[in-house]
Design a protein around this ligand. Structure first.
Ligand SMILES: Nc1ncnc2c1ncn2[C@@H]1O[C@H](COP(=O)(O)OP(=O)(O)OP(=O)(O)O)[C@@H](O)[C@H]1O
Length: 334
């Protein structure tokens, strides 16, 4: 666990960058620090690995003040990923990743073998190993940056806007890969972003900062969306952010119930819901490829609160109510 205990940072001649921050980042989870530009996110992140020293207050890792720890030893346990990856331009991809194991005393052979394994983990085949960073796309460079940060197998990872330099499509791929990786690795991660959608998608917890280095709210994404602490957070999160966040995921894993009570034609296609005044339209149907937002919208608009799923032939093959969707969303968070 990483603990900020009443931490203040005032840069020389500057305003207060971080103002009485108290925060706990749980072990094995990803905490995202989010907020508008200049609100102290990066400063807070860098106090964890002692790149920045607090003016007052303490930062502790598993109860031990980082201030008293040997800097080199401390940083060995803390991977660091930044925007544009920050790779060594004159070293190959393989050597970029192998640098840390080499520094830690591994033989060149073992370090390189480890680097290759890590590159594969982040989705880069051996073919990339001999290239130089400039010969990679932005997304590939970010992957190398993540592999390099993982090379010492640090229990903690600090990530400063790691995905913001790539286009939205690549970013979405990196998000998906990163979530898979984290599921396997269970690192304690602190990530900075200014993008609330990214924070909600990736974070187990989200810390929303406001100008002047104040922590406005620390909550799970679900709580943040459901119960913003004040007008600032509500505004920052946006009124429809809850629904919008559902656009990120498809309904492929959403459990459905057997089709029951729905009027069908001979081919099994939905005709409508029987009611006292005849059939009521379903208001549309969804497939496994549709987003959870589409399904939720259908369930809400449905005259009976139930969305109808169809297969490739248009035949109804499952039903889901908005209660089922809420249960499913809750189970994904736990
Ligand atoms: N080395 C420094 N010297 C003086 N002031 C600094 C220094 N680094 C940051 N600041 C100031 O501290 C405040 C917080 O900066 P910080 O980089 O932590 O914010 P941030 O939320 O990460 O911003 P951004 O999203 O723009 O990166 C800003 O007002 C910034 O100008």
């Amino acid at each position: 666990m990483i603990t900020f205990e009443d931490v203040v940072k005032v840069y020389p001649g500057g305003a207060t960058a971080v103002d009485h921050l108290s925060l706990e980042l749980p072990t094995g989870k990803m905490t995202v620090l989010v907020g508008p530009s200049g609100c102290g996110k990066t400063t807070s992140l860098r106090m964890i690995n002692r790149m920045v020293t607090p003016t007052s207050g303490r930062v502790l890792i598993d109860g031990r003040d980082v201030a008293g720890q040997d800097e080199a030893l401390l940083r060995r346990g803390i991977g660091y990923v930044i925007q544009h990856a920050g790779l060594f331009p004159h070293r190959t991809v393989l050597d970029n990743v192998a640098t840390v194991p080499l520094l830690l005393g591994e033989t060149r052979r073992t370090a390189r073998a480890k680097a290759l394994e890590l590159l594969e983990r982040v989705g880069l085949s051996a073919g990339f190993a001999k290239r130089y960073p400039a010969q990679l796309s932005g997304g590939q460079q970010q992957r190398v940056g993540v592999a390099r940060a993982l090379a010492a197998d640090p229990p903690i990872m600090l990530m400063d806007e790691p995905f913001s330099a790539v286009d939205p499509v690549v970013r979405a791929q990196l998000h998906a890969e990163f979530l898979r990786l984290q599921q396997d690795l269970g690192k304690t991660i602190a990530m900075v972003t200014h993008d609330i959608d990214e924070a909600i998608k990736l974070g187990d917890h989200v810390a929303v900062f406001r100008a002047g280095g104040h922590l406005a709210q620390f909550a799970t994404p679900r709580d943040l969306l459901a119960h913003p602490a004040d007008d600032f957070v509500a505004d920052f999160v946006g009124r429809d952010r809850g629904l919008r966040s559902l656009s990120f995921d498809t309904a492929s894993d959403l459990p459905v119930k057997p089709v029951d009570g729905l009027e069908l034609d001979e081919a099994g296609r939905p005709l409508g819901w029987p009611g006292p005044d005849g059939l009521r339209e379903t208001g549309g149907v969804f497939t496994k490829e549709d987003s959870l937002r589409v399904v939720t919208d259908l369930a809400i608009r449905s005259p009976v609160g139930i969305a109808v799923r169809v297969g490739p032939d248009g035949a109804a093959d499952g039903l889901v109510s908005h209660h089922d969707i809420a249960d499913y969303l809750a189970s994904r968070r736990s």
